[in-house]
Design a protein around this ligand. Structure first.
Ligand code: SAM
Length: 286
């Protein structure tokens, strides 16, 4: 008998993947966690039944949540990840030689433990082996209230705006992020699919614009996320991701990235019209 995993992206559309084995299935105090073996995407983590990461396409998401910010900031030293318990975001951060401390604040310790055990290609830097990496099992919303003016970059690598992540999409949270950043700090947050989530995006970007002087969206192709067209919000106190981008510095980065590169950095901020309209400050004529 074939076993198939299905994630519904809307009432009548979804993605289906053939699964060969369940490696872990359990419930933490926050969510259901499953890690399965798929036939074509390697190992896959699900939280409350939704795709978080797969071994085959996680490089896209983790390159793109990290490198645009760390190559726009002139010298990122202290970086915070909120969420990100699979470890892929931390793995990309520590490739930057300027980074002296990478802090992970993940609310669910079970996600970290099972990622270290079953997703070593992603969790390789959160297994206690890297002295630059500090782990906190805590609500990111509470954690950053205690850390004002501490971070050059804050990356919000959260689940969708449900459950413990709802607050991570609200204006109050963005104000505490702003306060936790240094005077030229940058925040990036995954900002859902322009194709399926225009309403979430409209609200999220309006919230960001009421806090940050520079707010831009950029895109990436992630086959296992709804519609494949994914986005990230870039919110900055001073440095602009296109105008202030040092292409030469990114070109001489000295480490391999399978999705990000110095030309794609600029291309990712060039949006399709409908995505631009999702977050336009004045809504277009119908
Ligand atoms: N790349 C994935 C995506 O885009 O959906 C996210 C991966 S990561 C596994 C998401 C993590 O955010 C989860 O492990 C979840 O426990 C964590 N999370 C959700 N709300 C949080 C909060 N308020 N503070 C800290 N971590 C949180």
């Amino acid at each position: 008998m074939d076993m198939w995993y299905t994630e519904k992206h809307s009432e009548n559309v979804g993605i289906a993947m053939k699964v060969s084995k369940t490696l872990f299935s359990g419930k933490s105090e926050f969510q259901q966690l499953d890690i399965v073996e798929t036939l074509e995407y390697g190992r896959m983590m699900l939280l409350d039944g939704l795709v978080m990461v797969t071994e085959r396409d996680e490089f896209v998401y983790h390159d793109m949540i990290v490198h645009p910010a760390l190559f726009t900031h002139p010298a990122p030293k202290k970086v915070l990840v909120i969420g990100g318990g699979d470890g892929g975001t931390i793995r990309e951060i520590v490739k930057h030689p300027s980074v002296e401390e990478a802090v992970l604040c993940e609310i669910d310790g079970l996600v970290i433990d099972k990622s270290v055990e079953l997703l070593p290609s992603m969790a390789c830097e959160i297994d206690g082996s890297n002295p630059k990496v500090k782990l906190h099992v805590d609500d990111g919303i509470a954690y950053i209230r205690e850390h004002r003016g501490e971070f050059d970059v804050i990356l919000v690598d959260s689940t969708d705006p449900i459950g413990p992540a709802v607050g991570l999409f609200e204006e109050d949270f963005y104000r505490t992020v702003f306060a936790a950043l240094k005077e030229d700090g940058i925040m990036v947050a995954q900002s859902e699919s322009p194709f399926y989530h225009p309403e979430i995006q409209k609200k999220m970007y309006a919230n960001l614009r009421s806090v940050f002087p520079i707010v831009e969206m950029y895109q990436a192709f992630i086959p296992t996320y709804p519609s494949g067209l994914w986005s990230f919000a870039f919110a900055s106190k001073r440095h602009h991701p296109v105008r202030d981008f040092d292409r030469e510095r990114a070109a001489k980065r000295g480490f391999r990235t399978r999705y990000y590169n110095e030309d794609l950095h600029l291309g990712a901020f060039m949006l399709p019209t409908f995505a631009r309209e999702n977050i336009a400050e004045e809504q277009p004529e119908p």
